[in-house]
Design a protein around this ligand. Structure first.
Ligand SMILES: [Zn+2]
Length: 261
């Protein structure tokens, strides 16, 4: 295995730990994957009889799984997730996608159950607003994406978006890197938690139309920023480091309960 491949597996397991320790998904459920360059295969967190929860994921919990959802490499006590097909169809239909994440964040699921629209309700508060501006599709089925037919149908419902909600089930995020897909997941969680609470308080209203246009323009501007780091690739890496450090602090506390195989 090359150093680059090893670094990608480390990032996949780090993203799992981070999202698990931040309680983004309920129980032990959810998975992170990354496309394997030049092969119809991916690295993905394993499940099955010996699985550990997301927050305990290490290098050895990440399997090599082909695009027919067969395990090619990995320990005997782990199997490909039944929802491998969700990841596979993202990679099959979207060449730009390098990483996929599927989770079950509670407030996002509650909004789909009550069919509450998601709108741009904040601006400088956080990056979730960009997802709201782009529009977030909702896949209408609540079942696990455990076949080629469902994977294909889900990919069509998600289209070219960075995130997609799944009614009564969860969400999926994609990205050009594990950092991208992880931050897209965290941005959607931030947005849906804010939307949920805003609906509890009253009738959420969108930010001003000219502010929405300004956000779009800022995103299209790829020049390096000279003040602050809240945008662009530098800002993304800063956010990744922040969440990574936060997760590590919690990891120390949870180490005592680490399960044994
Ligand atoms: Zn699921």
């Amino acid at each position: 295995m090359s150093l680059k491949e090893s670094a990608i597996i480390d990032q996949v397991s780090q993203s799992c730990r981070m999202l698990g320790l931040l309680d983004i998904t309920h129980a032990a459920l959810g998975h992170v994957s990354h496309r394997i360059e030049g092969r119809d295969a991916m690295y993905i967190k394993g499940k099955g009889p010996g699985e550990v929860g997301l927050r305990y994921t290490t290098h050895e919990d990440v399997l090599v799984v082909d695009f027919d959802a067969n395990k090619l490499e990995g320990p005997d006590y782990l199997q490909p997730p039944s929802e491998s097909f969700l990841h596979i169809w993202m990679y099959k239909t979207r060449p730009e996608v390098q990483s996929v994440i599927h989770m079950h964040p509670k407030y996002a699921v509650l909004l789909t159950i009550c069919q509450k629209p998601i709108i741009p309700i904040y601006n400088a508060f956080g990056s979730g607003v960009q997802l709201a501006i782009d529009g977030i599709p909702t896949y209408p089925r609540s079942c696990t994406i455990a076949s080629d037919e469902l994977g294909k149908e889900f990919a069509e419902a998600m289209g070219e978006k960075q995130v997609c909600l799944m009614k009564g089930h969860g969400m999926t995020a994609v990205g050009r890197t594990v950092v991208d897909s992880t931050l897209n997941t965290l941005a959607l969680v931030e947005l849906t938690e804010m939307m949920y609470q805003a609906y509890l308080l009253g009738d959420p209203t969108p930010i001003l139309p000219e502010e929405i246009e300004a956000i779009k323009a800022a995103r299209a501007d790829t020049r390096p920023r000279t003040r602050g780091s809240s945008g662009g690739d530098a800002g993304k890496l800063a956010l990744w480091r922040y969440y990574s450090s936060l997760a590590e602090e919690r990891a120390v506390k949870s180490e005592m309960q680490r399960p044994r195989r």
